[in-house]
Design a protein around this ligand. Structure first.
Ligand code: NAP
Length: 322
């Protein structure tokens, strides 16, 4: 009998079609009612799962009898209870590297547009407010040659740093739990403590993965360390930042601006952020280009197919019991 695969979010149509030709595919459909209830029901005899953006843990996976792999179409895997998956010997795979450059582009989009007030000025111009030469209220911040602090110099952090170093002649500081000499040396990036980074940077970009140590890493105390002309960018995960502290900081004008792709609660439907001119809010689109989403779907497909064929997938998060 065909192996059963549960698709738990939207998926690239070509990849979905291939899966349907190979396996018995069941789709979780929010229009059909409680998603977690559907998952609980469908995992009972599932061999694999593929998708993104859903919390998967003991409460909705406990019925799984023969689940071999969850193939996530994302690099971040904070939605999955890794300890539970390890205990149940369920593989978790992700899609690193293929989205690195695209997400770094998006980080720079946020950095530049917050620094130069691009969305605000676009709106302002279209509203017919451009009646004379612009004044101080429309001025932005220089980027070229400034200091960029990267919190989380990993794959994406390093790709952001390369853009900053080669394209904008920026001086780079970074903070990780461990020094990253190989990544840092070609970029002349200096390792430093979090508070030193916050105090000295003109631009701060958060690119950590969400884990127990990075959760709520940036709170009021951290925003208070930043310079009044600083621009703060978060492309990592909303939970890394105390969102209310950021809102208070922006409202009080204690930093120049922020550029955000991720939030505490997504999708962001109502927020005090919407009333602020000094924040650029994007809807979690770090990897959202047609080419990159295709590459991610292909890699997730490869991970799933390999696991179901008894091979070790190329991008396992938890290879310890392979
Ligand atoms: P990565 O290569 O694993 O890099 C993450 C870096 O964060 C590592 O170098 C890690 O270094 C550092 N880190 C982790 N915890 C830290 C802490 N408490 N303090 C300081 N540094 C810490 O991952 P990546 O591929 O660059 O992706 C990073 C994250 O970006 C993903 O996990 C995902 O959440 C997010 N992301 C968002 C989007 C989007 O659409 N906005 C797209 C892709 C990825 P140490 O272990 O040495 O600390």
């Amino acid at each position: 009998m065909n192996k059963k695969v549960v698709v738990f979010s939207q998926l690239d149509p070509e990849v979905l079609q291939r899966l349907q030709q190979q396996y018995h595919v069941v789709m979780i459909d929010p229009k059909q009612g409680d998603v977690n209830q559907q998952i609980r029901e469908q995992v009972k005899d599932a061999d694999g799962m593929i998708g993104a953006g859903r919390l998967l843990n003991q409460s909705n996976l406990a019925n799984a009898q023969q689940l071999k792999i969850i193939s996530s179409v994302s690099v971040g895997y904070d939605n999955y209870d890794l300890a539970y998956l390890n205990q149940q010997k369920i593989w978790l795979s992700n899609t690193p590297h293929v989205l690195t450059e695209t997400t770094a582009d998006l980080a720079f989009t946020l950095l530049m547009s917050a620094a130069r007030k691009a969305p605000y000025l676009d709106h302002w111009t279209k509203q017919g407010q451009w009646k004379r030469t612009v004044g101080e209220a429309q001025f932005g911040q220089d980027v070229f040659g400034k200091t960029l602090g990267i919190i989380g110099l990993g794959n994406i952090g390093a790709a952001i740093a390369r853009r900053a170093f080669h394209g904008f002649n920026m001086n780079i500081l970074y903070h990780n739990r461990r020094e990253k000499l190989e990544l840092a040396q070609p970029l002349n990036a200096r390792y430093c403590g979090l508070h030193e980074l916050l105090q000295q940077s003109d631009f701060v970009v958060v690119a950590v993965d969400l884990n127990t140590e990075s959760a709520a890493l940036i709170g009021q105390q951290e925003f208070d360390q930043m310079q009044s002309h600083a621009v703060f960018v978060n492309i990592a995960r909303g939970s890394v930042v105390d969102e209310q502290a950021l809102i208070n900081t922006l409202k009080a004008g204690k930093i120049f601006a922020a550029g955000l792709d991720v939030y505490l609660k997504e999708p962001l439907q109502e927020s005090e952020l919407f009333g602020l001119d000094n924040v650029v809010t994007l809807p979690h689109v770090g990897s959202a280009t047609a080419e990159t989403r295709k590459k991610m779907a292909e890699l997730a497909y490869r991970n799933l197919v390999d696991a179901l064929a008894g091979r070790t997938p190329p991008s396992l998060v938890n290879p310890s019991f392979s």
